[in-house]
Design a protein around this ligand. Sequence first.
Ligand SMILES: Cc1ncc(COP(=O)(O)O)c(C=O)c1O
Length: 381
Amino acid sequence: MTTTDLRSSILPTYGRYDLTLVRGEGSRVWDDAGTCYLDCIAGIAVIALGHCNPVVKAAAEAQLAKLWHVSNLYWTEPMLQLAQKLSDRFGGAGAQVFYCNSGAEGTEAALKYARKATGKPGFVAIESSFHGRTFGALSVTGQPAKRAAFEPGLPGASFVELNDTDALAQAVGPDTGAIILEPIQGEGGVNPVEQQFIEAARELATARGALLLFDEVQTGVGRTGTFFAWEHHGVKPDALWLAKGLANGLPIGCLLVANEAARGFEPGDHASTFGGNPVAAAAACAVVDAIDDALLAHVRAMGHRFTSGLRAIPGISNVRGRGLMLACDVEQPAGNVVVAAMAKGLLLGTAGSGSLRLTPPLTISADEVDEAIRLLGEAVA
Ligand SMILES: Cc1ncc(COP(=O)(O)O)c(C=O)c1O
């Protein structure tokens, strides 16, 4: 049997491309025929420091040689070290972490935390948002087409249009336990939140006894040029969650609760067998250490370079995003452009039917950005 014959043994939840990838290094991946691709989607914003990053690999391997897994009834050193690093980044001692393995699990933890901490059933979320595919996360995802086949979801969710401050003020009531925001919507099309809206969300949450929750699964860990995307706005949430880039491709997620937030979880309230796995946590420590001021400045510089290069390509418009979380509109169906770019050795994503998404490794070089722009220009020509 060839690997192509085996494809039917996977449940068809994804529309996969006809491409089997076997190796990666830095910003590049290779397929099973030896063809090399410049990877400007990077696992959808996951491979923060490049494929097979040697420093992250060494940290994971050192932990693999010592201890792979113990029950969460015990402490391990990597989970504690990572919590300290994330708490420092979040601003101040005393922030607390719950570890899980993915973005959707981070959403679930946040929903349960808000319900427990406030005792209120309502969640106000944003239209076109995306928070994951588990039932709770799907219930606060503002994309009816993704929810349709699986209704009814979790009761208590309502949605307002992004950046409509009046609608938000009307939706947040005495029963609202949480307002849930992505600082830049990722899957929904790379739509940034406006300053006025995020400030209003903070004020409303505080005034009405709800928690302000930021889903930083895609925007976090340096992706937008600051460690957390909320830093651009100076509006700190009560809690946020991370996943994707945190361990450079090893599965990890976490909920990070601010010291000032209402207390929620007690022993027995929530759990995850693999949450805080020592190997993933050791890799995540190496990632967090690597995201220093110099790398964040590089992300901002490469973001500007990409943005101006994209704006110069005929047929590309509405270039948007921040740092290395970018999107643009194309005149042809975006899926066709992705396939044409792939044939030229460039991997890209889509953000809806008319937009391309670019989330390359944060370590992408200026030469690689220029190469991506040249290949994309050829693909849309
Ligand atoms: C903002 C956001 N939240 C949650 C998720 C779900 O993450 P996962 O696929 O790891 O469950 C995603 C995935 O794309 C995301 O972009």
